[in-house]
Every structure is written in C-alpha cells, then in structure tokens.
Write a protein that binds this ligand. Structure first.
Ligand code: NDP
Ligand code: GDR
Length: 366
C-alpha cells in the first residue's frame, strides 16, 4: 500500500533531498511551504508541476500546501486532509547566528512550532497512526561535555536556536512517553551539499572559491576560522531520517560522520579544488589566507561574523545508527563532499554571471 508522508520545510536543503528520496521509495509526498514574496521553490521545482502538466507527464510528483509553523490552524487542516503515515518536521529558522537577531521568532518556529505539530496529530486522533521525525541538532551539545558526542551526552546549547531546538527535542520525547506516540529525534550533525543555503559557512566558501577562481570576486571574509565541525553530505543524511522512522522501536539517534575539521581546513581544500593554493599567516582577527603562488590576500577575518556565544567544536559518534540502522556514515568522505560542492559552484557561478550579463545587456546598462 502506498505510504503518505508530509515534509515540513520541503523547500529547504534537506526537504528537497528527502522529497526525492521518498518519491523514489514510492511514497505519496506532501510538503508544507510558507508564503514568500519571492519564489522559495528553487530546490524543488523539478519535483513540482501544476496539475495539468502533471497529467501530461504521468510522473509521481510532490504536492505542496501553504502553511506555517506559527499557524496551528494551517497545520491541523493539512494533517486532517492528508492523514500522513509519516511526518518529517524539518521546518525551522535554521541559522544559528540569525537566531541571536530573531530569538523570539526562532522559538516560535523551532520550539512552539514542533509542539503545534505534535498537538495537531494528537487533536486529530492520529497518534497511533502517524510517525513523527523531529529534526534535532548537534547544536544541542553546544558547549561540549564529552567527546565524541553520542545519544547519552548531556546537552548545553549556546544560542537561541540551540535552546529552541532543545525544547523541540524534549517535547518530542515527552509526547512519545506521555501519549505512546511514535515521535523521535534525529540528532544530526552538520550536513552540507550543493543545495546548502548560501550563508552557511561551507557554501559561502565554495561559492566564493568558485567566484574568486573565475575572477568575479576579490576576497572572502569569514568569522571564526578555528571552529570545528563534523560535516557530512545531506543526500546521505536524509536516508537516515527515513531509516530512523522505520526502526521497530521509537528511539533517538545521533547521525554524524565521526570526523571533525576546522573552517580553515574546509577553506584550504575548497580553494585547492578551485585551483588556488592557500597558505595561512597571522593570528586571530589578523589571520589571512594568501594565494601561495601570487601572494595575493584572498581570505580575511571580519569579526562581524563572530557569534555572541560560539560552539567551538562538534564531533559525533554514529555507532548506534551504524549498528541498529545499518547506516554507513562515511559513504561520502569529507574531501569528496568539498569536491562535489566546489565543482557544482564552478558551474553555478558561471551560469549566474552569464544570466546577469544578459540581463544587463537587455536592460541596456552595459
Ligand atoms: P533550511 O534552512 O535549508 O530549510 C528550512 C526550511 O524551513 C525551509 O523550507 C524554510 O522555508 C522552512 N521554514 C522556515 N520557517 C518556517 C515557518 N515559519 N513555517 C514553515 N516553514 C518554515 O534547513 P536544512 O534543510 O539545512 O535543515 C532542515 C532541518 O534540520 C532544520 O530544522 C534544521 O534546523 C535541522 N538541522 C539541520 C542541519 C544541517 O546541517 N543542515 C543539522 C541538524 C539539524 P523557506 O524555504 O521559505 O525559507
Ligand atoms: P552552524 O553552521 O552554526 O554549525 O549551524 P554554520 O555553517 O553557520 O557555521 C559553522 C561554523 O563556522 C563558523 N564560521 C562562519 N559561519 C558562517 N555562517 N559564516 C561565516 O562567515 C563564518 N565564519 C566562520 C561559525 O562561527 C560556526 O562555528 C548549522 C545549521 O544548519 C543548523 O541549523 C544546524 O542545526 C547545525 O549546523 C548542526
């Protein structure tokens, strides 16, 4: 029998990959999207067509519904209509630094939004039918209490985002324990891709490396180069979200590669992939990444990217996921991830440049 899934945050990085994955598995896929003044469906356009085109193509595609994590009525209405077998709650104000600027909104979406979703399922009497995946995060560990971090490591979030997600984690667990719901947390460490938002550090670096290598940009300004993360590939991680929901018992899982690298290391590798060999000189805010061949300064530190409280390092232990779910944490090794992103962005920035050149020409501004 065809299973039905609802993905909140379907327009985001993970939502787009998960939608593809579930369609492949034969699911009927529904996605919740919020209203935006400009198009926010760039990552899922290939999965969505108007109904008349869909009939022509006879292809299995996603169904989109307007809703918002801050609006209970919209969540209840959609869940009532779809009666999903599985809900993947990926919607979030997901930027850690931005959460310091919009802390209340971040709590509304990431914390109370999760509660709204759980309540919607309960109000509709679907608590024995619908399985719920909550997108929890390594940011829960924040100021790390143990290395590597595993399912039993104590939490110590360091941002309004982390604190909001802490509520999301516990309310998911609480509904599981209180009402016997199949509601679980995937505690995912950073995962990146060619679809990663452009203000997260990895994508910011790969786009800049591609632009600088092709003479479209002079310099890249970054914040804390010493920050270390356990970076995986988003495409591999969405499989794990699904595996977690197929596990016979509702349990929480850490998903990570078990390898940690600094922002500086990511930068060095990305620029090398784009054909620029960086060497590093200086310390702290005066540190610079220099083109070893030409002596040109390519990377500088701008303190405006520092956070009021930083998470210095995160390293996950994926043993439980590997053992119980049979998931392979190192399917896409770190170097391969950087390569995929840079190679994509070398083509991507060229296409953008071509488009902006054409726009300028058409507008007569050139
Ligand atoms: P993105 O920022 O790429 O996507 C977030 C999604 O949430 C987008 O679809 C966005 O819509 C949607 N959204 C934001 N606010 C609302 C709202 N008020 N109502 C409805 N939808 C909303 O995040 P990722 O795909 O990277 O991450 C997915 C989830 O996993 C998030 O919850 C994130 O916090 C969590 N996570 C991510 C990790 C990572 O490394 N990527 C690691 C651990 C956890 P729009 O497109 O309109 O902005
Ligand atoms: P993170 O990702 O905060 O881990 O949250 P991000 O890529 O934003 O930062 C990673 C580390 O890099 C440092 N950094 C910079 N970060 C950004 N964005 N821009 C910079 O210029 C820069 N320079 C250095 C940061 O200080 C930080 O230490 C991501 C999000 O996807 C969350 O939603 C998710 O929960 C966690 O990963 C796991």
């Amino acid at each position: 029998m065809t299973k039905t899934a609802l993905i909140t945050g379907i327009t985001g990085q993970d939502g787009s990959y998960l939608a593809e994955f579930l369609l492949e598995k034969g699911y009927e896929v529904h996605g919740l999207m919020r209203r935006s003044s400009s198009f926010n469906t760039g990552r899922i356009e290939h999965l969505y067509l108007d109904e008349w085109v869909r009939d022509m193509h006879q292809k299995r595609l996603i169904n989109l519904h307007y809703a918002d994590m801050t609006d209970s009525s919209s969540l209840i209405r959609i869940i009532q209509t779809i009666k999903p077998d599985e809900i993947y709650n990926l919607a979030a104000q997901s930027h850690v630094k931005v959460s310091f600027d919009v802390p209340e909104y971040t709590a509304e979406v990431d914390a109370v939004g999760t509660l709204r979703l759980l309540e919607a399922v309960r109000i509709l009497g679907l608590e024995k039918k619908t399985r719920i995946y909550q997108a929890s995060t390594s940011e829960l560990f924040g100021l790390v209490q143990e290395v590597p971090q595993r399912e039993t490591t104590p939490f110590y979030p360091r941002s309004p985002y982390g604190v909001a997600k802490l509520y999301g984690f516990w309310i998911t667990k609480n509904y599981r324990e209180s009402y016997g719901m199949y509601a679980v947390n995937g505690i995912l460490f950073n995962h990146e891709s060619e679809r990663r938002g452009e203000t997260f550090v990895t994508r910011k670096i790969t786009i800049a490396a591609a632009r600088i290598a092709q003479g479209m940009q002079d310099k890249l300004y970054l914040g804390n180069l010493d920050a270390k993360r356990d970076w995986g590939y988003a495409r591999d991680y969405v499989e794990c979200m699904w595996l977690i929901l197929q596990h016979p018992e509702p349990e929480d899982f850490v998903i990570a590669t078990g390898e940690m690298h600094s922002v500086r290391e990511f930068c060095t590798l990305a620029f090398a992939e784009a054909g620029i060999n960086l060497r590093w000189e200086g310390e702290g805010v005066n540190e610079k990444g220099i083109d070893a061949d030409t002596g040109r300064i390519i990377v500088e530190v701008d303190p405006k990217y520092f956070r009021p409280a930083e998470v210095e390092q995160l390293l996950g232990d994926p043993t439980k996921a590997r053992t119980l779910l049979g998931w392979n944490p190192t399917k896409t090794p770190f170097k391969e991830l950087v390569k995929i992103m840079v190679q994509h962005d070398m083509r991507f920035v060229k296409k953008l440049k071509l488009k902006s050149d054409i726009d300028l020409e058409v507008n007569g501004n050139k």
